[in-house]
Ligand binder design. Structure first.
Ligand code: GLU
Length: 317
């Protein structure tokens, strides 16, 4: 048994976890392609989970479009789609378990308070200063009485969470110094990404998480929650981001990375996949290919050893 809980008898279960806030672009196609190849190269299967926690930014037109995009590209899933908007009960149950252990506290800080009190750490994320952790009962009551709706944070301790990322190698955070108490539920009542993703990965049997390296710094938070909730740790692989000029990650404004533009320019889904595979150094020469065809020559070790840079891959060279 490995630490990820994967045994020979346990199939690898990977996932696509798109947020339906826009159409796919080269960056998320690349991460999805690697996630698919990692699972399939180990005889595993893929779950599709639509991460529509953010009800305001999630649009039903993208929920449909993203599924068509995956299918067009040959990135087929075996299970799902599951939707986070259906999962409030499961998140509330986990929230209740953490609350019963006295690990949660209400946080009344506004965005401005947070920026004033938190120091950005290693350029990664703001570390919460713990302002609301030590409020007295009277102070908490006064804030409730003033009508402020709090978010909810989980208290961290001084433990170090370290793990072996399949691409990035060893990664560690000392939770109190590098991470701070983090949000589990937002002040608008929505459960936060960190809680939802942990509850969903466990419930859906996901034991192989492949995603962009921008989420590497979230992984210690997720592993901490898995520890608190008694859930298994998946294996993690954080792949490089495709970047534009000055190492800016690709976004919707990069029209030449948008799937509709790519399909128009390259003429077929196979040619789009072939182009992305070549840009990312997955194949020595650019040629149209389906994910299935790329599978023949794929292995995680070779993939990792062949990466020019573990963090960034220029989209336009
Ligand atoms: N829904 C997130 C995104 O589209 C991915 C979250 C994850 O992979 O854990 O960026």
């Amino acid at each position: 048994m490995t630490e990820s809980g994967v045994t020979e008898a346990t199939p690898v279960v990977g996932r696509f976890a798109p947020s339906p806030t826009g159409r796919m672009h080269a960056g998320n196609i690349y991460a999805a392609l690697i996630a698919w190849l990692v699972a399939k190269s180990q005889g595993g299967h893929m779950v599709l989970r639509i991460e529509d926690l953010d009800r305001e930014r999630s649009k039903s037109v993208y929920i449909d479009q993203i599924q068509r995009d995956f299918e067009t590209l040959g990135l087929f899933w075996d299970e799902g789609p599951y939707f986070q908007h259906d999962r409030d009960e499961a998140y509330a149950e986990a929230f209740g378990r953490l609350e019963a252990r006295g690990l949660l506290y209400p946080c009344f800080c506004t965005r401005a308070d947070l920026h004033a009190a938190s120091a950005p750490h290693r350029g990664e994320k703001l570390v919460y200063a713990g302002t609301c952790r030590h409020l007295s009962d009277a102070e908490v009551e006064a804030r409730w009485a003033a009508g402020r709706m709090p978010g909810w944070r989980v208290a961290v301790d001084s433990r170090t969470i370290a793990f072996e990322d399949l691409v990035q190698g060893t990664y560690a955070q000392k939770l109190d110094r590098d991470c701070g108490d983090f949000l589990i539920r937002r002040s608008d009542g929505a459960f936060a990404y960190q809680l939802a993703v942990v509850v969903d990965d466990a419930a859906q049997g996901v034991n192989s998480v492949v995603r962009g390296v921008d989420l590497l710094c979230s992984t210690p938070q997720q592993r901490y929650l898995q520890d608190l909730l008694g859930l298994p740790h998946p294996a993690y692989a954080h792949v490089p981001l495709l970047v534009a000029e000055q190492n800016r990650r690709l976004s919707k404004r990069d029209r030449d990375a948008a799937l509709d533009e790519l399909l128009a320019r390259f003429g077929s889904p196979r040619a789009v996949i072939g182009h992305i595979a070549a840009v990312a150094g997955l194949v020595p020469e650019e040629a149209p290919a389906t994910p299935e065809e790329l599978l023949k020559d794929f292995s995680l070790e070779r993939f990792r050893d062949g990466l020019p840079d573990l963090v960034q891959i220029p989209w336009r060279s």
